[in-house]
Write a protein that binds this ligand. Sequence first.
Ligand SMILES: Nc1ncnc2c1ncn2[C@@H]1O[C@H](COP(=O)(O)OP(=O)(O)OP(=O)(O)O)[C@@H](O)[C@H]1O
Ligand SMILES: [Mg+2]
Length: 430
Amino acid sequence: MAQVILENIYKTFQKGVSDRSPNSGEGSPHPSAAVLRAIHLTIQDGEFMVLVGPSGCGKSTLLRLIAGLEEITAGNIWVGDRLVNTLPPKERDIAMVFQNYALYPHMTVYENLAFGLRRTWKASEESGQPSREAMTSAKTIPSWAENMLVTTTRQLPKGLQYRSPREQEIDRQVHSVAQVLQIEPLLKRLPKQLSGGQKQRVALGRAMARNPQVFLMDEPLSNLDAKLRAETRSQIVKLQRQLGTTTIYVTHDQTEAMTMGDRIAVMNAGQIQQIASPLELYHRPANRFVAEFIGSPPMNFLPVQFRAPLLLTHEQFRFTLPEAWEPVLQKYDGQTLTLGIRPEHLSVGAPAPKNLPVQVELVEALGSETYLAVRLNGATASHHIPLQVRVESDRVVQMGDQLWLAIAPDKLHLFEPETGQAIALPKHSG
Ligand SMILES: Nc1ncnc2c1ncn2[C@@H]1O[C@H](COP(=O)(O)OP(=O)(O)OP(=O)(O)O)[C@@H](O)[C@H]1O
Ligand SMILES: [Mg+2]
């Protein structure tokens, strides 16, 4: 197993020659065109790291750089104590499950799973470095003799076929992975006889069976239905814990990120916004982007005026902050700040100057809870501030109702409007 270190990674895709302006030198792409910029990320040995971010932010590109399928433009990639910048993919001891998985169409599920294992061993034998698996399967006869035995006994009934220790080990690994992913009944089928979700699990199994130093997974559950997705999610986590394989898992689904990751790296527009544990991201987002991306429905934002020591004012309400905010807010006296409050941290309260008067525009009853889309009173249509609120499911609310919403004082967030950076409370008071 191994630690993976990404040091100051940049990636720029070279445009075609015809696209280059006459003045731009060969190989000196414009830095602003970089798809990935200044990526620093250390994934600990055995850690489950999730990369999350909106479509097009560079998640797949980063995985492809780590796997060696794309060249980095600048920076270093370490796997264990090896600098792998220029190593070809097969020498990196990394297995990747792609967003668009590809199975060998002419091979059964069993053969698809076994293929990766055989290839890994072959590569390690050729490079003179026996893999961990190869070392565990003691060899008693030369491989040419083994191959001959396998070929000549292949047509015989199963009990009489020759199976080398290596084939027995492959068989064991194929079955153990198939069992975990619930694809054992499918082992004899061809890929064309599988549903999309089944194919995806086979692709996942093929990567896992190889027992690499590092797994890279690019949205491996995107074709599964909700139930299978939740099941497979926990199977992957369980298996990863058992194997202790360093894993980098890409998704744009924040539930997946929150439930699977030891830590999550939130990306936007080619840059990492924050790296933290799931709950740290939820409770202490570093900036407005993270605050909005993590949590569903997303956090609400409102512009407010701040007056020292602790007063937030808005046309429609005046709110006194808890004292813990005083030291960090001193320098913002008289300025506009962005107040952030999650739907679950607003509640229906009594008429009061500190509460927000709103009108209900939409009611979404999910059974277990109800979400309201509301609009702050007084806000004109051109200055419409929609807010989302979560209320208990037994509260009867109808479209058009007027409500007063109370803010949970110790759950609110404040951001600098220009930079979007969070104004952080000292940790002990958070
Ligand atoms: N081979 C390529 N040549 C040029 N641009 C590319 C290439 N591959 C990706 N890009 C660009 O790089 C950016 C990041 O793409 P990437 O596939 O890494 O995004 P992603 O975060 O994986 O998105 P998604 O969630 O949709 O899969 C996109 O703007 C994309 O158009
Ligand atoms: Mg992608």
